[in-house]
Design a protein around this ligand. Structure first.
Ligand code: NAP
Length: 566
């Protein structure tokens, strides 16, 4: 049924051509494949490193891995059949359930036949003369495509600090983002967890209740964790959700954070602590990100933030029995939510157990990993198992790892030497016909991801359709548009408290990465209006080129057509 054709490869018979190559088969890659293949009729190939669909939910299968967005909005909204077919079992879905959901989506939409699993992109280069992308993979294949679309997620390159002696450890060790598929047994083991971000805070209570001989947590920065208040969903919950799907998705898709709720109050400025507590307490009991959205100026007003931060500190002190330990767990060095705010289930109570202890590495830094454990400046701790919950080279890490080369061989690494520069987080000057789903400088990680993903996939698909229908060969952000978006990103971030924290939002978790606020904090609602207006104005800020002859190409130019009707 597809009328597509892309012809003109000059690379010989081994060459395989596609209209679009997508990298990644998580939430974004799957939906992009569906839109381009099933709605536009284009020929599309998805390249996926993992052995199955799922993206982040394929890799992060550590005990306790659970989504912090509420399940009924952590899903696709574009397909009614999928919505009807699927029931979530809990308020926040656990990793196996999200993975099962994505497998169902892939099967329901018959997506697997166009996904090449167990394959990694090693280089993607723009061929100036042909105006197409050549994508090389680790199986030695090269495919040529008109469009190159990255759907690689924002947190997909695991990071383990370069501890001396890491390979010498003779016990079992792993990073949470590379968790094995077989069950891991902690029973009677001496276990270490390094890291207390959102991941550490999820896995620590799970390991503690798996009968280890002892669990030792290595903490560098305490976090403000808020109770998730997870619970099973029953038939009444599900019926209510189903009856209100339209309203729920309308709210989520028009909100500033992609969740179906907005801030309850404007500010805590000028309020007494008693008045603040009165407003915060019900949201605390409700749990989840609803608490974070009690006051609308949480990340712009130091006064509001300090009051909310103090409320959480008090809750931590109330929960942890040992006052000295409680003080170690109380964050003081950053404002709440300027590092990604974790949700927790029994995290702080875990420290009341006799078989759990905390090492504050700001007091006693990790000096090296030894064959039998972790040596700090104070002592050597012996372990059977070490879990690194030490985060990711976020937002740009996976993109840079792919060795992407734009016009005239300019690498993305060179281009982003001082930090990412994009237009709208969707395209990059010098890299024509390349789109980045939830790329740096888009709201992405500051929102409920599936919502941002749907906006991006739909925008990119509409752009591709516009190009194909109008016989436009290339789309590329102008230098001016990119510069102005990059400056705007920085200026918006500077109006908030975010830059005051050492966080992965600021790239500060990775040595030698330029310090720059990477997602877009101007609000998902405003952002979506902006990208819609850009499209309505004929892709304002993008240069659209009808022919590649100006690039020096000789001979036939590839042409592709979208499917008509149907
Ligand atoms: P993370 O937030 O970057 O946390 C990494 C942890 O490792 C931090 O506590 C960090 O300390 C520590 N660390 C790093 N280098 C260290 C060193 N050399 N010595 C000691 N400690 C070190 O990573 P994450 O917890 O994996 O979370 C990453 C993101 O994934 C989250 O922010 C969230 O967006 C996403 N996530 C989502 C969910 C969910 O939806 N449920 C769950 C998990 C993760 P510092 O703070 O001092 O740097």
């Amino acid at each position: 049924m597809s009328e597509t054709s892309i012809r003109g490869s000059s690379e010989g018979p081994e060459q395989t051509d596609y209209d679009a190559v997508i990298v990644g088969a998580g939430f974004s890659g799957l939906y992009e494949l569906h839109r381009l293949r099933d709605e536009l009729g284009l020929s599309v190939k998805v390249i996926e490193k993992a052995s199955d669909v799922g993206g982040t939910w394929y890799w992060n299968r550590y005990p306790g891995a659970r989504c912090d967005s509420e399940s009924h909005v952590y899903c696709y909204s574009f397909n009614d059949e999928l919505l009807d077919e699927w029931d979530w079992s809990e308020r926040y879905p656990e990793q196996p359930e999200v993975l099962e959901y994505l497998r169902l989506a892939a099967d329901h939409l018959d997506l697997r036949r166009d996904i090449e699993f167990d394959t990694e992109v090693t280089t993607a280069e723009f061929d100036d003369s042909a105006g197409t992308w050549k994508i090389h993979t680790d199986d030695g294949e090269t495919v040529r495509s008109q469009f190159f679309i990255t759907a690689v997620g924002c947190l997909s390159k695991p990071f383990i600090p370069d501890f001396e002696g890491i390979e010498s450890f003779e016990g079992w060790w792993t990073h949470t983002g590379k968790w094995p598929h077989d069950p891991v047994d902690f029973e009677d083991k001496q276990v270490a967890v390094v890291g207390t971000g959102a991941t550490g805070i999820q896995i620590i209570p799970e390991i503690a209740t798996s009968n280890p001989a002892h669990l030792t947590v290595f903490q560098r920065t305490p976090n403000y964790a808020v109770p998730a208040r997870n619970r099973p969903l029953d038939e009444d919950d599900r019926a209510e959700i189903r009856d209100n799907y339209d309203e729920i998705f309308d709210l989520a898709h028009s909100s500033g954070f992609g969740h179906p709720f907005e801030a309850a109050y404007d500010t805590a400025e000028g309020l007494s602590m008693e008045e603040v507590e009165k407003r915060l307490e019900p949201r605390w009991e409700e749990g989840g990100f609803r608490f974070m959205l009690t006051f609308g100026d949480l990340v712009t007003s130091a006064e509001t933030n300090e009051k909310v931060s103090e409320f959480i500190r008090h809750k931590i002190r109330e929960t942890v029995d040992d006052p000295d330990l409680a003080e170690k767990l109380v964050p003081r060095d950053h404002y709440y939510a300027t590092k990604r705010p974790p949700l927790h289930t029994d995290y702080y109570r875990t420290y009341n157990r006799d078989d759990v202890s905390l090492v504050d590495v700001t007091e006693t830094p990790i000096e090296r990993i030894t064959p039998s454990g972790i040596r700090t400046s104070e002592t050597e701790h012996e372990f059977d198992m070490i879990v690194y919950a030490t985060g990711f080279d976020a937002m740009t890490g996976t993109l840079l790892q792919m060795d992407i080369q734009g016009r005239n061989g300019l690498t993305l690494e060179e281009k982003w030497e001082d930090g990412p520069k994009t237009y709208l987080g969707l395209g990059i000057h010098g890299f024509p016909n390349m789109f980045t789903i939830t790329g740096p400088q888009s709201p992405s990680v500051l929102t409920n991801m599936p919502v941002s993903i749907e906006h991006h996939v739909e925008w990119i698909s509409d752009a591709v359709e516009h190009l194909v229908r109008n016989d436009i060969r290339l789309i590329e952000p102008t230098k001016e548009a990119e510069e102005s978006w990059t400056v705007h990103n920085r200026q918006v971030a500077e109006q908030t408290l975010y830059p005051t924290a050492d966080s992965w939002y600021m790239n500060q978790n990775i040595p030698d990465k330029p310090t720059v606020f990477t997602p877009y904090i101007g609000g998902a609602d405003l952002y979506h209006d902006t990208i819609r207006e850009v499209a309505e104005k004929g892709y304002e800020g993008f240069e659209l080129t009808e022919s590649v002859t100006n690039l020096g190409q000789q001979g036939e130019q590839p042409r592709l057509r979208v499917m008509e009707g149907d």
